[in-house]
Design a protein around this ligand. Structure first.
Ligand code: WT7
Length: 664
């Protein structure tokens, strides 16, 4: 690749070094003065100063933050870095559950609400820090009775009930490694994960509620563990009262064991590098990757990033709508908020149950001050109509956040005006399961935001956009997003597979972590994520990030959602195919195809004009809301769908798309 170095990006052939960026967004929103005045970090000058300080001596910066936590034994060194393997705070011992719970029980916060829970049917529970402490300690004793030792893996498969948080914290308390498996996954996914991690124990619920009906989780576990030799016992929490089979010697009721356990439990102080959890993420192909996070560094960054990105105050009622089965739930529903002694909202059900205003109703009734959700949810709310939002008083909100995929500028503007009433800053937070915590995000009291960008890296985080040869891109030149220095909450490896860890993240660029995302840095140094590089399309020698073409489509008034993929084309190398979901009132408008093609051409140039537009009732998505472009790519080239479709949320969508193809 070195010979290509001098080639200007515009003239490059396919497979070249950079990615063309076509989206231009000029709107800029400074933080409201009132918000800045009360914020932890209240100006860009303060941010720049902190960033420069941290960049000069990252280890001193992280040590300064780490000092705010309880360590049973101090570290000998801040970082031991033998690329690509990092040890943070080696020599130190701590317990993350102690830091997230006991510390607050020993303070004025003991009677503060830690978790405010609402079930789908409207039932409510509040756990103070003292009550959370009591239950977690008791359940930690249960784990000990069940023979769980430090380092043992424990799988957790339950819906969004407070006991899920209790189970996670109790594992950490005894030094066990939790592996939360999203309750929407099928038996096969459990078997695969449990066998890969060799979990000894599964904690599950009898069932979970979803859109007014129930799903029997225990039956799914029964099916999954036919082929999991490592599992010795299953602890079952009664939630829905489903009929379940309890197997003698193997299955135990949560409430029976809790009845036997004492209240008091001494936390197990473990090495800073002791594994805390494994969380599986689906690779685009092949078996899921068990992302391994460890204790000390993860704690430091999850807590610190939460504090500054969400500008958390003791008066806040913070709501992260993600499921604990995803990394967002780990870092910003459980650990980040509790490590800060915050009050968190936890909701069990669907966003549209019983109606499309459930979120806004919850915000109004619980006086939520900070809302953290995903672009896919925002687009669904736009489609449902503003009146569901506007009929509720949302004046308690002071800050909004998004995560998971690039937020289209149009969705950003809607979030800003309709939900945020133009007074709430939006933090568009970029990170990954692998990064453990947010790495790129506005600081809401400091950073002027622009719709569609996660803006600047947090202090201590060295990200850059580079060409294929590793050289930094010029301003606004699209390239590959990399991280140049280790950070405390980075994944330590892929569980049991160091080789895959090295190959996936550390082989593309020398001594730099490759995120897999395409991005560009604009004139203000703001990072614009252009999507996964696997999704980059190459048209006539120009590499385009699909998310930009999608944003242009979504900007059209008729469009609810869009996904763009490419199909090999003799002439252009690749042709662009757009799958478009129309808003209800525009369905059946025959003229729209041409309108949309011209619209994209106008917005970003003829190069990005889709060759074909296909109507879609819905788009295939993973259960965490990401569009599965791989499937659309296969559909677009009329290929058989191959590979793993177990993470697909609704398989009916694929059928509809196939039928659509025949009609067109
Ligand atoms: C990938 C990571 C991190 C928690 C949820 C997803 C995409 C994530 C953003 C954002 C643009 C984003 C990236 C990233 N992504 N946040 N704010 N803007 N893209 O975790 O499942 O590990 O996915 O999600 O492509 O690499 P994940």
């Amino acid at each position: 690749m070195a010979t290509d170095k001098q080639t200007p990006p515009q003239q490059q052939e396919s497979g070249s070094e950079s990615i063309s960026s076509v989206l231009s967004e000029k709107r800029k929103f400074p933080p409201p003065t009132e918000f800045s005045n009360a914020a932890h970090i209240s100006s860009m000058e303060d941010y720049e100063k902190l960033y420069a300080e941290a960049a000069k001596d990252p280890e001193a910066y992280w040590a300064g933050i780490a000092e705010q936590f309880h360590w049973e034994k101090p570290w000998e060194k801040v970082l031991d870095w033998q690329p690509p393997y990092a040890k943070w705070f080696p020599g130190a011992t701590t317990n993350i559950c102690y830091n997230a719970v006991d510390r607050h029980v020993n303070s004025w916060r003991k009677n503060k609400a830690a978790v405010i829970w609402e079930g789908e049917e409207g039932d409510q529970r509040v756990l103070t820090y003292a009550e959370l402490h009591r239950q977690v300690s008791k359940f930690a004793n249960v784990l000990k009775i069940a023979g769980v030792k430090p380092g043992d893996r424990v799988a957790i498969y339950m819906g969004m009930v407070p006991e899920l948080v209790i189970a996670v914290l109790a594992c950490a308390r005894v030094g066990a490694v939790h592996n939360v498996i999203f309750a929407g996954f099928a038996a096969h996914a459990i078997t695969e994960r449990v066998n890969d991690s060799k979990a000894k124990l599964i904690i599950c619920a009898d069932g979970t509620r979803r859109r007014g009906s129930t799903i029997n989780l225990k039956n799914i576990v029964d099916e999954a563990i036919v082929n999991t030799p490592s599992v010795r016992s299953v602890i079952v929490l009664k939630v829905t009262g489903e009929e379940v089979n309890m197997h003698d010697g193997m299955d135990h009721w949560w409430h029976d064991l809790m009845g036997l356990a004492m209240d008091h439990n001494e936390p197990e102080f473990v090495d800073a590098e002791h594994p805390l959890f494994i969380l599986y993420t689906s690779g685009s192909t092949g078996k899921p990757k068990g992302i391994l996070h460890t204790t000390g560094g993860y704690m430091v960054h999850a807590a610190n990033s939460f504090k500054y990105v969400f500008d958390i105050k003791d008066e806040d009622i913070y709501w992260c709508t993600a499921d604990v089965g995803w990394i967002t739930g780990h870092s910003y529903l459980v650990y980040g908020p509790l490590l800060n002694g915050a009050t968190l909202m936890m909701y069990e059900g669907a966003p549209n149950y019983p109606q499309w205003d459930r979120f806004w109703d919850i915000i109004n009734r619980h006086k939520i001050t900070i809302l953290y959700t995903a672009p896919t949810a925002i687009r669904a709310f736009i489609r449902a109509g503003d009146e569901w939002v506007t009929k509720h008083d949302l004046s308690s909100l002071r800050l909004l956040g998004t995560v998971g995929e690039p937020i289209n500028p149009k969705a950003w503007m809607w979030y800003h005006t309709v939900v945020g009433q133009e007074k709430c800053p939006i933090v568009d937070t970029w990170w990954q399961t692998e990064t453990g915590g947010i790495l790129v995000s506005p600081l809401p009291g400091a950073t002027p935001t622009k719709p569609g960008t996660a803006t600047r890296p947090l202090p201590g985080i060295m990200v850059d956009v580079v060409r294929k040869d590793g050289e930094p891109c010029k301003s606004n030149e699209g390239g590959y997003l990399v991280i140049k220095k280790p950070w405390p909450s980075m994944l330590r490896t892929i569980y049991g597979d160091n080789k895959r860890y090295e190959e996936t993240y550390w082989s593309e660029f020398k001594d730099m972590y490759f995120t897999g995302d395409g991005a560009r840095k604009d004139e203000d140094g703001y990072i614009w994520i252009m999507g996964r590089v696997d999704d980059v399309v190459n048209v006539s020698g120009h590499r385009l990030g699909t998310s930009e073409v999608e944003s242009a489509l979504v900007a059209h008034e008729a469009v609810a959602e869009a996904a763009v993929v490419s199909r090999p084309d003799d002439l252009k190398g690749n042709a662009l195919i757009a799958f478009v979901t129309l808003k209800d009132e525009y369905q059946g408008d025959m003229k729209l195809r041409e309108d949309l093609r011209n619209h994209v051409s106008r917005e970003i140039g003829p190069i990005a004009k889709p060759d074909e537009i296909r109507w879609a009732q819905g788009l295939p998505k993973t259960r965490s809301g990401k569009i599965m472009r791989r499937l659309l790519r296969e559909l677009a080239s009329s290929k058989e769908i191959k590979g793993d479709v177990t993470t697909l949320e609704d398989s009916g969508v694929l059928e509809q798309l196939r039928e659509q193809e025949e009609e067109d």
